[in-house]
Write a protein that binds this ligand. Structure first.
Ligand code: NAP
Length: 257
């Protein structure tokens, strides 16, 4: 492996695996977390927590830390960090790679409604006459659903890793759970709450894909929020490809989009 010092923007399962495997290969790696979720930072490598203070802060961090490579393995719905990473890497002259797992794709028997964003998801719930909705969008993305009819209208079940505090949806039921999830449990959850519509962001994660199989089997509609557009530049889908990129010292041999 290369003797490079890697700054790894973390927050996903791929980032955790990449950090571990780079560390095992004696690559110097520092994993960076935004610091929004507890209990996800037990990594063998060096760890830093908290924002950099925008593009300028990240440029300074790249210089000050003596980093040779920047790997952006943030979540597919991280809307700002990938753009900051792209701009900072260019300014600092540090090769950057985006690790972005493929999105989920609808198959036979799926009832999916693709929507542009969370506001679109909220509108679609009204349009389709949803009554009992399972929201798996994450605790920071509940605001978009607050303007919808309450009372005898839509009833929400919110599933998130940590309890949303405050909970912006009055009367919603909260289920806390951390993946991976299995189809059987997801079917039970849908049945227990009489769910007719599931709202999810298209994260593409294996650990949370069982809800889509369960929705198909139970005939539950899925309102699927599309991902934000990533910045142009080198991109891979898997940890293996990212390891290869690091081993080559950030050579631009992968897809440039
Ligand atoms: P975001 O909109 O792209 O980022 C907001 C700000 O948080 C960034 O401008 C940056 O602050 C800081 N930040 C984000 N990722 C960071 C990292 N890895 N290390 C240091 N600072 C980071 O992203 P977000 O949606 O708020 O998500 C925050 C983190 O949670 C991301 O790392 C992401 O991977 C993870 N996550 C997000 C989701 C989701 O659905 N959005 C789901 C699971 C995990 P500065 O500008 O100050 O540098």
């Amino acid at each position: 492996m290369s003797g490079a010092h890697v700054l790894l923007l973390a927050g996903t399962a791929e980032a955790a695996e990449l950090a571990t495997r780079l560390h095992q290969r004696d690559v110097r790696v520092t994993a960076s977390f935004a610091g929004r979720t507890r209990g996800t930072r037990e990594l063998p490598c060096a760890v830093r927590v908290g924002g950099f203070g925008g593009v300028h802060g990240l440029v300074a961090a790249l210089h000050d830390g003596g980093f040779d490579l920047l790997v952006d393995a943030t979540h597919p719905f991280a809307a700002r960090m990938p753009h900051h990473a792209a701009a900072a890497a260019e300014t600092a002259g540090v090769p950057r790679l985006r690790v972005l797992r493929p999105p989920w794709r609808a198959g036979a028997g799926d009832r999916w409604d693709d929507v542009e964003d969370l506001a679109g998801a909220a509108r679609r719930l009204t349009e389709v006459g949803a009554r009992r909705v399972l929201l798996t969008v994450g605790r920071y993305d509940l605001e978009a659903f607050t303007g919808l009819p309450g009372g005898d209208g839509i009833r929400f079940v919110v599933r998130s890793i940590e309890v949303p505090e405050p909970l912006p949806l009055a009367g919603a039921t909260v289920v806390t759970a951390r993946g991976p999830f299995a189809v059987e449990g997801e079917l039970r959850l849908l049945a227990e709450h009489g769910i007719d519509t599931l709202v999810t962001k298209n994260s593409g994660a294996d650990a949370t894909a069982a809800k889509l199989t369960a929705a198909r089997e139970a005939g539950v509609r899925v309102v699927m929020v599309r991902r934000p557009e990533p910045p142009p530049g080198p991109r891979v889908e898997t940890v293996d490809e990212a390891l290869d990129w690091v081993a080559r010292g950030g050579e631009a041999h992968q897809t440039v989009v």
